[in-house]
Design a protein around this ligand. Structure first.
Ligand SMILES: [Zn+2]
Length: 218
């Protein structure tokens, strides 16, 4: 543990050891208050940021994200009108079109990064936060937390949204484009995924699991 420098919020010590992700320095884990952060004294890497109430925030964000999933995938993202013809395209149709055009590799990549990984991420966060909120501590919980850490690295719905925006810019002179309900739902889904990645303190999830286990030993 290091002494807080000016600008840092004082933190209290807990009984765990953590390793700096950048330089592998072993340090005593500390509880960081809201708005504060703990830094590695050797390399300055941010070890932890104070994100209180991570469990309830994860539960709310994952429920909203899961509710947005169906509409984001099935409802039209864009409506394109040209020469009196109108065509609606959803995310599911876009992936199928990529596949039927022979771009199966791209279709699989889009499916994983924009659909499967975000869905799995939301479901894992929902399951974990709901169980933690219920003060339970099943033995398989650590496996879910580790799996979620891996899945989170593949969840990149924002990349698909960037591709949609590039298409809009390129097609705006050729056709009239209107955003569909699916696009708004997809943006909401993307925001939930981003907030789950930035607002949720994984350390707090682990600590809550351990305190649940310590409070109710079997
Ligand atoms: Zn370090």
């Amino acid at each position: 543990m290091h002494a807080p420098t000016p600008g840092e919020t004082p933190a209290t010590a807990s009984n765990h050891i953590t390793a700096c992700a950048e330089c592998d320095l072993l340090l005593e884990d500390i509880d960081v208050p809201a708005g504060g952060e703990s830094l590695c004294p050797r390399c300055g890497h941010v070890l932890r940021e104070g994100c209180p109430d991570s469990v309830i925030h994860a539960l709310i964000l994952s429920i909203v994200g899961l509710c947005m999933f169906g509409p984001a995938i099935g409802l039209p993202l864009l409506s394109m009108s040209t020469a009196g013809l109108r065509h609606d395209a959803s995310l599911a149709q876009a992936i199928l079109s990529l596949g039927s055009s022979g771009l199966w590799e791209v279709a699989i990549l889009v499916s994983i990064c924009a659909v499967i990984a975000p869905l799995l991420n939301m479901w894992l966060m929902f399951t974990v936060s709901l169980i933690l909120q219920m003060r339970s501590h099943p033995a398989w919980m650590p496996s879910l937390l580790r799996l979620n850490h891996t899945v989170q690295e593949w969840a990149m719905p924002e990349v698909f949204l960037m591709a949609v925006l590039v298409s809009v810019v390129k097609l705006k002179d050729l056709a009239q484009l209107l955003p569909g309900v699916g696009l708004y739902c997809f943006v909401c889904l993307m925001l939930c995924a981003l907030l789950l990645g930035t607002l949720i303190d994984q350390h707090e999830l682990w600590q809550t699991y351990e305190s649940n286990r310590d409070d109710n030993p079997r």
